[in-house]
Design a protein around this ligand. Structure first.
Ligand code: UDP
Length: 475
């Protein structure tokens, strides 16, 4: 039975799969507690539920999903001990995301093991097909092995990101991470992974040792898992998927984009301001710039002001998501240039959080200025909206490089925020018809990949059969 937030659409109908009650099995999923990780994990859970699996979600106390949006799932909350480092909440700097993840990989071990063992006892070993955890929760591999439960991994980034990160641990010392604009190599490609430049590596982290440690742990435990699930589609990342299959000797299932299986998702941790949709309806087709840097990224006050000047000078209408706290030392809009709001008038809307998928799907949206989180990048591709890329950290510089240099569906603001360059980038993305055609062609490929016989549809069927094979093993 579809849940309230899973009304049917075309692709959903194609996906309905009838498992007989006798083989209906439970899957346990464990997302990392960040918006960009919770969304795809709960979307995957919904997809697997339509395939006849019972769903149990284990989650941390921090950023708990709203249970009432998922009456068809059961939830188990575990202690994360984040209150012991309370003064770090909420994250105030990009670098802290790594610290959080490392901490959780230690603090959650015992509570998670206890919870999983309890679920195995409650439901009976034979009734649980597998565990699916976020790749960032690498500690779960040892727990799953000790309880003899197959662990599959959901990696919420692009496949190309994992390949690029795979070479990071072998970079010489910290040289690549610490390069500055003055270094003659700054603009050159990294020989170990030529798509990315040294300047991209320098943006990835301010904590190279922490990053190397995290990446090494994540990748080695992905390789030890029973299989990898990707929120991507073959037509977008075919060469990278082929390489992953060679490098990681476990099955890979690319069945994305997950959010396209259902109408707009309901796993937002922050309330979405839906009034913007009425405003968008009054704007001309493809005229509006949508700006959002996701749920974690931070910018400085001067970067914020350059963005404001760039938007004001561009002359285009805009919808700007300013997440409270995105500018350190500022609650919300205090850092806007003087008279900014009066000067832009009704041409600009600023909100704290938007219904992003619906905004991107609105015909008025002509360009997405994004930090290139993987969900945002995929959501833009699915709606055929070309991008301006301002990556902040982590996988974002890699996504930005693929968007601008490989897929050629956006412009990368490589050298930070400067009002003159911003205005030029906006004009280019708004006017470049070839770029729009390229991203529209990906949009069509997304739709065919989800149809009966399409690549993502087939991957999902393979995944279901694969999970059922674990169930049969335990009978
Ligand atoms: N999002 C949203 N409203 C906003 C901004 C973002 O609903 O105003 C959603 C967006 O649709 C995406 C997620 O938040 O699914 C952000 O994930 P992403 O991987 O792009 O970035 P992260 O937040 O992890 O940096």
């Amino acid at each position: 039975m579809p849940s309230p937030n899973m009304e049917t659409n075309g692709s959903d109908t194609n996906l309905r799969h009838t498992q007989s009650p006798a083989i209906r099995r439970r899957i346990i999923l464990f997302p990392m507690p960040f918006q960009g990780h919770i969304n795809p994990m709960l979307q995957l859970a919904n997809i697997l539920h339509t395939q006849g699996f019972e769903i149990t979600i284990i989650h941390t106390e921090y950023n708990s999903p709203n249970h009432s949006n998922y009456p068809h799932f059961t939830f188990n909350s575990i202690s994360d001990r984040l209150s012991e480092i309370e003064n770090h909440l909420p994250m105030k700097a990009n670098a802290e995301a790594l610290y959080f993840v490392k901490y959780l990989n230690i603090s959650c071990v015992d509570p998670f093991r206890g919870c999983l063992a309890g679920l195995l006892e409650k439901y009976g070993e034979g009734s649980i097909g597998c565990l699916i955890t976020d790749a960032g929760f690498y500690f779960t591999q040892a727990v799953a092995e000790s309880l003899k439960l197959p662990r599959m991994v959901l990696r919420t980034s692009s496949v190309s990101c994992v390949l690029a990160w795979g070479v990071l641990p072998f970079f010489p010392e910290n040289n690549y991470f610490n390069l500055t604009k003055e270094d003659p190599n700054y603009e050159s490609s990294a020989p170990e992974f030529p798509v990315i430049k040294f300047k991209d590596v320098a943006k990835m982290t301010t904590n190279p040792d922490g990053m190397r440690n995290y990446v090494t742990n994540m990748i080695s435990h992905m390789k030890a898992s029973s299989g990898l699930i990707w929120n991507t589609f073959k037509e977008l990342e075919e060469p990278s998927l082929e390489t992953i299959v060679q490098q990681f000797s476990v099955p890979s299932f690319a069945l994305g984009p997950f959010h396209k299986y259902f109408p707009a998702s309901s796993s937002s941790l922050i309330e979405q301001d839906k009034t913007v949709l009425q405003w968008l309806d009054t704007q001309s087709p493809k005229s509006v710039i949508y700006i959002s840097f996701g749920s974690i990224a931070h910018i400085t006050e001067s970067e914020f002001q350059e963005i404001a000047h760039g938007l004001a000078n561009s002359g285009f209408p805009f919808l700007w998501v300013v997440r409270p706290g995105i500018v350190s030392c500022s609650n919300w809009l205090e850092s806007l240039p003087e008279k900014f709001l009066e000067s832009v008038g009704d041409r600009g809307r600023i909100v704290k959080w938007a219904p992003q998928q619906e905004v991107l799907a609105n015909p008025a949206t002509g360009c997405f200025w994004t930090h290139c989180g993987w969900n945002s990048t995929l959501e833009s591709i699915c709606e055929g909206v070309p991008m301006i890329c301002s990556p902040c950290f982590g996988d974002q510089p890699i996504d930005a490089r693929y968007v601008s240099d490989v897929w050629k569906i956006g412009v990368y603001l490589e050298d930070g925020f400067d009002r003159v360059e911003i205005k030029m980038a906006i004009k280019r993305v708004m006017m470049d018809e070839e770029m729009r055609e390229r991203i529209n062609s990906f949009k069509e490929k997304v739709n065919s990949s989800l149809e009966e016989g399409g690549s993502s549809h087939q991957s999902l069927k393979r995944l279901v059969d694969y999970i059922l094979s674990f169930c049969n093993d335990t009978q």
